[in-house]
Design a protein around this ligand. Structure first.
Ligand code: NAD
Length: 490
């Protein structure tokens, strides 16, 4: 078997867009090719939706709101989502291989992503018939109650780092609430959200409820957000794009959920279990080669245990062998050559502008047989000052920045010292210190003694420049229904 045979999937990955249950080409015939980031080889293609195509998708989605979807009972709607979860699990191996080939992530991570995506459908399936309102006591002369109505057609703008999980994270609660969805995946990684349409169709989802308009952000994405019939936009991506989306949605008063970037601290106090802290740090920053908005990208460590942490961490990081995601390498490629360029630029800047100490990695890689791949070595930059770019700005790559502090109080100040506030972690055996940190840190999610603790049921979202609105858990549903209050005089 040649490498090229080994690093492929059986599926035909020349896909079409999905509008109103039809599989169609773009109105101008344009297509986008997608490559395997480990080899640079083209693995598939899909249409580049035009503004006209997006308009058609929104129209279909609007019509679907009033059709079979509306007449289904909420329990039946929930059953469709539960069936989608089961079918996705049946297709897990195939979907995970496609996700790995398209995004570069190691196969075990892609399998985790597919399972998480199935879990979103399963979790929200159970909520479809539990979105009940209140009765309001106004005295004997009135009856007053609330209904939870679907907001309408929802837009989902997806980034390239978690293609299917981000799609499922927004679409599953939207469908549970009775909304319809138009999904705009990232141009680099559109395959699995398109393939998800087949799974939802097999599960019994009526045509037009889930539409996929792949394409470029500036054309398909901006046309979708600007469409006057979009009631809510769920966006995950960069801060700059998120600000533009909020401005565009404001012109027709659509609500938005913004999941933007992060520079999340992982604090290790002197009393921590250092072995657990090392395992937690490795996962926090090197999962998906660091291309994770909630990555623990700043290790904030008490001086007393700094040397002990570095002694354990550095050899582990240097031993991480990069390779092809389908070989389940310790670390895969970054998503694109451009992303490698950005990451390399940050590390070079840390060396030149700040004379910082790069104690592991800090270079591009080209593993054998993957010379055209987009690899960057897992990297640690030690003892960085608060004002360094690598401390303040999101790198979105496998780069851990270490900050040394002299007390738990200083750790909180340093943890809060960026414009972001997505996640924060702490390792300590002192429950009071952990809780004081949880109280005082600016973050939407706090992890104690296990970075990334939680999952589908735990609400997720940011503060400050990391955005607002919550996804996951019951909190996510609030974006997808509106409360109507009905009051009658008796
Ligand atoms: P991006 O903002 O460039 O693109 C995200 C999506 O928006 C893509 O689908 C893109 O095509 C689309 N888009 C771009 N311009 C648009 C426009 N003008 N109108 C409408 N849509 C447009 O981000 P990216 O490079 O794909 O993803 C990386 C970024 O996403 C990082 O900054 C990361 O922190 C962030 N991110 C955040 C979370 C989170 O949950 N908070 C999760 C993953 C990624």
């Amino acid at each position: 078997m040649t490498h090229m045979d080994k690093w492929s999937v059986a599926d035909d990955l020349d896909l079409k867009m999905v509008i109103g249950g039809e599989r169609i080409e773009a109105s101008n015939g344009a297509r986008i090719q997608t490559e395997d980031p480990a080899t640079g080889r083209v693995i598939g293609s899909f249409p580049a939706a035009t503004a006209d195509d997006v308009g058609r998708a929104v129209e279909n989605s609007r019509a679907a709101l009033k059709g079979d979807w509306r007449s289904m009972t909420p329990t039946a709607r929930g059953r469709v989502l539960a069936r989608a979860a089961a079918i996705l699990r049946r297709e897990a191996e195939r979907m995970a291989r496609v996700e790995t080939l398209d995004s570069g992530k190691p196969l075990r991570e892609a399998k985790g992503d597919i399972e998480t995506s199935a879990s979103y459908f399963e979790y929200y399936a159970g909520m479809a018939d539990k979105l009940q309102g209140d009765s309001i006591p106004l005295g004997p002369d009135y009856m007053s109650f609330t209904l939870h109505e679907p907001v309408g057609v929802t837009a989902h703008i997806i980034p390239w780092n978690f293609p299917l999980t981000t799609t499922a994270r927004g679409v599953a609660p939207a469908l549970a609430a009775g909304c319809t969805a138009v999904v705009k995946p990232a141009a680099l990684t559109s395959l699995t959200s398109i393939l998800m349409a087949d799974i939802l169709e097999e599960a019994g989802l009526p045509a037009g409820v889930y539409n996929v308009v792949p394409g470029h952000g500036r054309e398909a994405g901006s046309a979708l957000v600007a469409h006057p019939d979009i009631a809510h936009v769920t966006f995950t991506g960069s801060v700059a794009t998120g600000i533009g989306i909020m401005q565009s949605a404001a012109t027709h008063v659509a609500s938005v959920t913004l999941e933007l970037g992060g520079k999340s601290p992982l604090v290790v106090l002197a009393d921590a279990d250092l072995d657990a802290a090392v395992e937690g740090t490795l996962k926090a920053i090197y999962m998906n080669a660091g291309q994770v908005c909630s990555a623990g990208s700043r290790l904030v460590v008490e001086r007393k245990v700094h040397a002990a942490m570095m002694e354990r961490l550095v050899p582990r990081v240097e031993a991480m062998m990069p390779g092809h995601g389908l070989d389940d390498a310790a670390i895969g490629p970054l998503v694109s050559a451009a992303q490698v360029g950005l990451v390399a630029g940050f590390v070079d800047d840390a060396r030149k502008a700040n004379s910082l100490n790069v104690v592991a990695g800090g270079r591009r890689l080209s593993p054998a047989g993957m010379e055209k791949g987009h690899f960057y070595a897992p990297t640690i930059i030690d003892d960085a000052p608060m004002d360094a770019r690598v401390v303040q700005e999101e790198i979105f790559g496998p780069v851990l920045t270490v900050q040394i502090v002299d007390s738990p109080e200083e750790a909180i100040a340093v943890a809060n010292g960026t414009e972001f506030g997505l996640c924060a972690g702490i390792y300590t055996r002192d429950i009071s210190r952990a809780m004081a940190f949880a109280r005082d840190v600016d973050a939407g999610q706090v992890f104690i003694n296990q970075y990334f603790a939680g999952g589908v049921p735990t609400p997720f979202g940011g503060t400050k420049m990391s955005g607002f609105g919550r996804e996951k858990g019951l909190a996510a549903l609030a974006s997808y229904y509106r409360v109507k209050c009905i009051t009658t005089r008796l």
